[in-house]
Ligand binder design. Structure first.
Ligand SMILES: Cc1cc2nc3c(=O)[nH]c(=O)nc-3n(C[C@H](O)[C@H](O)[C@H](O)COP(=O)(O)OP(=O)(O)OC[C@H]3O[C@@H](n4cnc5c(N)ncnc54)[C@H](O)[C@@H]3O)c2cc1C
Length: 504
């Protein structure tokens, strides 16, 4: 078994303990220029952008996920001196390209799409190739008495028939998907609804509802927690139809998400200090003081907090965060409990997707490419993902003949630097909190996928938010407008055979 047993960093850090210890000793400086096309280069002395140390930086960006890296690049283009402080010993945040059994895997964010204009434009900007997964040859769907198998087109045509009424009215209440408050009069009453509430309203027969709770249960973690409007906004962003909605998890960056993060960093060339968890952010009359856990102090005229909303509660802000921010970080924005596994299954060996109803150990699993490991998602806390026998038993609840040779798991909830998976709002967070969280607090600004106006919970949203916080223009096309993808070859695929494996 290869498992990091609930500690998202432990697999990656095996064999590099001394380097991590060194990072922890005080933060190691790396210049963006030192990064080539591959993984981050060994640490070097900081170039520090000719910073006058008595004055500090123009901007400190806390967090080297996609939002922070984009914000840093944009501010550097405007001539600012920028320091990025990153807690982990790698860039990328909730995207993390790694290897398992000799196969390149993504432990977090994976799929991108032309309907997601900000990430798509970044991919085109750096000339990165995209590939499509081969997709499943067969699909297992739940019934009230077990599972039924069909071809992908049959399975997802039926899913489209079931989910279309779920989003009835979305064209009216989200007429401009990137401006979610356009019809505030309509969304305000709807924002009370959870995904479970919407399922109850529809009162489908059990045979139909059971096919839908894999999706609602995984995203909502569980359905009773997740906001109906959150899923409906994705539906609107994808063109108000099931083909767009289910197809957005088709394409990947060929060389992994790390290639995108590395390219953005190399372009912006901010100073970067890895292994530097920020513990306090204090505003004073002349600027902001940022202190790391090891007591290293940095100063800047302003700070951009590009960390997940869920972790704000572990950073001491002075003055204290206002009520909306405290509510958001206490309630949580990133979905709780989410774990992503990569399974080495001896059997079955073909390409498949299996969806399971809410309450099953795994919400969804599938082998999407020949000879690739099986990717699986769970929000169940009821089985021990560190125990090989329990993981195999969990897989067998859907695939009785499965034989598990090994696996690796990433627990985003247990990771102190994310405390959850991708953003997925709870009821009332859109109308009561979202605008307030996007406001700067004096010299401290906030960004991240949680705060996106559009694709919240996706890489696209992280990039959009990073652009906005840096004062750069965003793209807000209608979903039918194709973003500028010149220079980027888009593989031709039958999008009907794909479904929302995101965040799956
Ligand atoms: C399992 C999973 C599957 C996903 N699948 C997809 C997908 O298929 N497609 C898609 O588009 N998106 C997907 N996402 C979502 C996507 O990964 C995120 O939306 C995006 O990466 C968030 O970027 P960010 O910069 O906003 O936040 P993050 O990537 O979380 O970056 C925040 C950074 O802040 C750092 N940090 C935290 N605390 C501190 C501190 N105290 N001091 C200093 N640094 C700190 C973190 O280490 C991190 O590097 C998925 C996410 C997960 C978890």
């Amino acid at each position: 078994m290869s498992s990091n047993g609930g500690s998202p960093e432990s697999t990656a850090s095996r064999g590099s303990l001394s380097r991590r210890s060194a990072f922890k000793a005080g933060g190691l400086a790396i210049t963006g220029a030192a990064f080539g096309a591959g993984l981050p280069a060994p640490a070097e002395a900081a170039g520090e952008n000719d910073v006058d140390h008595r004055r500090g930086y123009d901007t400190i960006v806390v967090g080297a996920g996609l939002a922070g890296l984009v914000a840093a690049r944009e501010l550097r283009r405007k001539g600012r001196s920028v320091l990025v402080l990153e807690a982990r010993d790698r860039i990328g945040g909730r995207t993390w390209t790694d290897r398992f059994n000799g196969y390149e895997i993504e432990r977090g964010g994976t799929w991108v799409d032309p309907l997601q204009p900000h990430v798509w434009r970044e991919i085109a900007r750096y000339g990165l190739a995209v590939v499509a997964d081969a997709g499943p040859e067969r699909v297992l769907m739940p019934t009230p008495t077990g599972f039924t198998e069909s071809d992908p087109v049959t399975a997802y045509t039926r899913q489209g028939e079931l989910f279309t009424p779920f989003f009835e009215g979305a064209r009216d209440y989200f007429p401009q998907p990137y401006a979610p408050f356009t019809r505030e009069d309509l969304i305000t009453p709807l924002d009370r609804l959870s995904l479970r509430d919407r399922l109850d309203q529809l009162a489908h027969p059990p045979a139909d509802e059971v096919r839908m709770t894999s999706t609602t249960g995984l995203y909502g973690a569980p359905s009773a927690r997740g906001s109906m409007l959150q899923l409906a906004q994705w539906w609107a962003l994808a063109g108000w139809n099931y083909t767009g909605f289910s197809g957005i998890n088709t394409f990947r960056v060929e060389r992994g998400t790390i290639a995108l993060a590395t390219a953005i960093l190399a372009d912006g060339k901010p100073d970067l200090k890895l292994g530097s968890p920020v513990s306090s952010v204090t505003q004073h009359s002349g600027g902001v003081k940022v202190v790391t856990r090891t007591g290293v102090t940095y100063t800047a005229a302003e700070v951009v907090m590009a960390v997940p909303v869920n972790v704000w509660k572990n950073i001491a802000f002075s003055p204290a965060l206002p009520q909306a921010h405290r509510d958001a970080t206490t309630q949580g924005y990133g979905v709780p409990r989410q774990k992503k596994l990569w399974l080495d299954l001896a059997t079955p060996a073909d390409r498949f997707i299996a969806e399971a109803p809410e309450g099953f150990p795994f919400a969804i699993m599938g082998r999407l490419n020949d000879n690739a490991p099986v990717v699986a998602f769970t929000v169940d806390t009821g089985f021990d993902v560190g125990n090989h026998a329990q993981v195999e038993a969990a897989v067998r609840t859907v695939l009785p003949d499965a034989a598990l040779r090994g696996y690796t798991v990433t627990d985003w909830q247990a990771d102190e630097f994310s405390l959850g998976g991708p953003a997925f709002r709870r009821p009332l967070q859109l109308t009561r909190l979202h605008r307030a969280l996007n406001q700067p607090l004096g010299r401290v600004k906030f960004c991240g996928d949680d705060l996106a106006l559009g694709w919240i919970g996706y890489m696209d949203g992280a990039i959009e938010s990073g652009l906005r916080v840096a004062g750069s223009p965003t793209l807000a096309p209608s979903p039918s407008a194709v973003p500028d993808t010149r220079g980027l070859a888009v593989p031709q695929v039958d999008r009907k055979v794909y479904r929302s494996l995101f965040g799956l």
